[in-house]
Ligand binder design. Structure first.
Ligand SMILES: CC(C)(COP(=O)(O)OP(=O)(O)OC[C@H]1O[C@@H](n2cnc3c(N)ncnc32)[C@H](O)[C@@H]1OP(=O)(O)O)[C@@H](O)C(=O)NCCC(=O)NCCS
Length: 167
């Protein structure tokens, strides 16, 4: 793939929603359980006031992945000052081809420029691929949320990993 990584624009929201909805439909990886439309994707990953950065990866003009980094935005799960949380999504069928890694290079640069000290990745404990991906980028475990229920009630642990930007 000849990947181009660039900041997400509002006009990408529909393609990003379609990409993540395919991942949500398969289940078992992302913590999201409700599907997105262009409007909710824009609100969550493009126009979010706490957004530090959101990059898309394109291959031949098609969005094949995106990665968002945001400062604390969930009042139920506040992050310390100087921290931001990350989410990464590669198109179904196009994983393990360098999309996530290319996105992280851009995100890390944006994190540094924004003065972020620590990047949090909170991953479902059953998402072995996601855990392996973030470990490969240099994230290390720092906490575990035990038994966070999914929509239908099934408890799933979340593993929290951190990347120290200033290392
Ligand atoms: C997790 C995810 C974003 C990784 O993206 P990706 O484009 O496949 O990652 P890359 O191809 O850039 O991989 C980077 C490194 O991580 C490793 N890695 C990625 N996925 C892996 C997996 N499933 N198992 C083992 N290692 C994996 C790669 O082997 C690669 O290692 P290398 O640097 O030695 O070559 C992607 O699988 C995905 O979208 N999953 C569904 C959504 C999700 O779970 N997101 C994470 C929670 S926010």
């Amino acid at each position: 793939m000849a990947l181009v990584v660039r900041p997400a624009r509002r006009s990408d929201a529909a393609a990003m929603a379609e990409l993540i909805n395919a991942i949500i439909a398969i289940g078992g990886t992302t913590a999201y359980e409700e599907s997105f439309d262009a409007e909710s994707m824009d609100a969550a990953y493009i126009s979010l006031p706490q957004l530090v950065s959101c990059f898309v990866a394109e291959d031949d003009g098609e969005v094949v992945g995106f990665q968002g980094l945001m400062r604390s935005f969930d009042p139920d799960d506040p992050l310390p000052d100087g921290w931001a949380t990350i989410g990464t999504f590669a198109r179904v069928g196009l994983t393990q081809r360098g999309v996530g890694g290319a996105l992280f290079a851009a995100t890390l640069e944006a994190a540094r420029a924004a003065g972020i000290d620590v990047i949090d990745a909170t991953i479902r404990a059953d998402n072995t691929g996601g855990l392996a991906f973030y470990s490969r980028q240099g994230f290390v475990d720092y906490d575990r949320l035990v038994g966070v229920p999914l929509k239908e009630g099934k408890p799933v642990d979340r593993i929290r990993k951190r990347f120290d930007v200033a290392r």
